[in-house]
Write a protein that binds this ligand. Structure first.
Ligand SMILES: Cc1cc2nc3c(=O)[nH]c(=O)nc-3n(C[C@H](O)[C@H](O)[C@H](O)COP(=O)(O)OP(=O)(O)OC[C@H]3O[C@@H](n4cnc5c(N)ncnc54)[C@H](O)[C@@H]3O)c2cc1C
Length: 117
């Protein structure tokens, strides 16, 4: 598959002119999520006994994977956490409609202000 002519490539072309000639077998993309407060969900879901999750990584899941994985492992093991875990509590999420315009606007605002990760 050649990428020549793809709209997004026009923006990259001045910087990486060879990219349009590179044969690429597959490329995958999709929406990069964002939570309402910019923090991922890491920890125990009280509504479901024994269920832990690590999600909502706000387009930074690769960058934070080492620390996030360590934190989750410490939680599961009942060990002392190396960072304060409260800001990541899955239960901090309100009962919300994920498609409500006000909620989506809040997520977009947080995402737009992202400066790292
Ligand atoms: C467009 C985009 C750009 C990004 N850019 C960056 C970046 O620059 N830097 C960065 O750090 N992070 C970035 N991220 C975020 C990062 O890719 C994710 O946070 C990270 O991949 C999450 O890893 P994960 O293993 O938790 O989940 P995933 O990588 O989503 O893996 C979950 C897996 O579970 C599988 N699965 C789902 N449901 C089921 C089921 N019922 N049964 C079996 N399998 C199932 C899925 O197929 C998938 O393979 C980006 C994300 C997107 C979408």
């Amino acid at each position: 598959m050649a990428l020549a002519g793809r709209p997004g490539l026009l923006l990259l072309d001045p910087f990486f002119p060879a990219l349009s000639r590179v044969p690429i077998a597959h490329h995958v993309s999709g929406p990069s999520n964002c939570t309402f407060d910019g923090h991922p969900l890491i920890g125990k879901f009280t509504a479901l006994a024994g269920f832990f999750a690590l999600s909502g990584c706000n387009g930074a899941g690769i960058a934070i994977s080492g620390g996030a994985g360590r934190l989750l492992a410490e939680m599961v093991a009942g060990a002392t956490c190396f960072v304060g875990p409260d800001i990541f509590k899955p239960d901090r999420l309100p009962d919300f409609d994920p498609f409500a315009p006000a909620f989506l606007a809040q997520c977009v605002a947080v995402r737009s202000g992202k400066t790292a990760g």
